[in-house]
Write a protein that binds this ligand. Sequence first.
Ligand SMILES: [Zn+2]
Length: 507
Amino acid sequence: MAKKEKTAITPTRQENYPGWYQQVVKAADLAENSEVRGCMVIKPWGYGIWENIQRTLDDKFKATGHVNAYFPLFIPKSYFEKEAEHVEGFAKECAVVTHSRLEDDGHGGLKPAGKLTEELIVRPTSETIIGASFAKWVSSYRDLPLLINQWANVVRWELRTRLFLRTTEFLWQEGHTVHASSQEAQDETMMILKLYADFAREYLAMPVIEGRKTESEKFPGAEATYTFEAMMQDKKALQAGTSHFLGQKFAKASNIKFQSKEGVEEFAWTTSWGVTTRLIGALIMTHGDDNGVVLPPRIAPVHVVVVPIYRNEEEQKTVMAFVQELEDALKDMRYHERALQVKVDDRDLRGGEKVWEWIKKGVPVRLEVGPRDVAAASVFMGRRDMEPRQKSGMKMTDFVENVTGILDEIQNNIFKKAETFMNENIISMDDHDVFCDYFTPKNAENPEIHGGFALAHWCGDASCEENVKKDLKVTIRCIPLAQEAEEGRCIVCGKPSTKRVIYAKSY
Ligand SMILES: [Zn+2]
């Protein structure tokens, strides 16, 4: 048997995927569980990734006419009650504020006092509270469209949590828009879906499939929910973000009306859309390997890390002078819309230790510089899209000249790798037995990585969807937008169907 290659992360993806994920988050120092059950502490390296996601999306929202605002964290319970489906969808995971202060309980502790006349819900999403403001802001067709975004935290009381993927409190952006017609609101919903999907591909290097959610999977209270779904390396789907066409439901619940050009009072049409810190989990699981995180350059907090290597003070002087020269040459450069981020790691640690730390963190380019490199005016480069030991030497000036090209190459390579993986694991199928086999692990006790995306016909009945969910823990992830009508038979019941949907296990 061949000797197993030593990896920085144990267990490996093949050995135990959820265990691997946990260890990668820890090894890269992205986040940790807090003392507060279900809540996470996002550490600087993880937050740096979020900031880049945030800045990029924020620029794109603004470029498409949206502006930011901020609304209350608390939502009066009565607001929620106005939209029946909405409250039903979120009721089971709400944090409720019932009191306004603390009092001495007479036993050295504190007890809540000042019972509120109306309970407040900590926002799980803000349609109703923002709707209350919109009702005041909108009175004429001249006020429309109203295009607002909010960067905020939300709370959904989750019982089983996992860092970035599912936590009780998480960060997100929520767009909320108001339009004069159904068509305009639908156009906005689709424009944002495309904006998200392009962002995922171009920045996160993450291939995604855009589609519509089924009735049972859509946002509580929406007319239609559109999603973009990504495939993780355990072949499960991850809903990366959603865009909802809300019709007039929330406008009616919040009383958002406007006077049309013709002088008629009408209810407005609204949308909402969001992505969350979950995208960081998606990034990790799309690109990470058995040595840690692999960050796409366009979203990485650091593009190039320089690790000086020396054994004594004299060498240190020579090496650091050269490193300074290198840093000066790189520091005013741009990589796409950002300044090139260069980090010189001169901590008092062994060079090898530092290099492995940056591998685990996923920095795209590592440069090692020792006395011999200085003598040759060169650098020793390692790339995160290649094996850790696959390094190459080059003249320092050549590196400086080519650095942005190298970063683009890494960005493209990791996208292509993820795209190939996804395409290889989308299987078109028409046979029920094949379908069941596909989603059944051989080892039931300790399931191996199995399945993928099954592209199969669905008759449209909720019962077929429900059966598959019950029997195989597989859901319809979306009805892909990019497909031709095609006659076929439902993979579950055999009734006629005109289109295929994506079935998968999911996060
Ligand atoms: Zn069916």
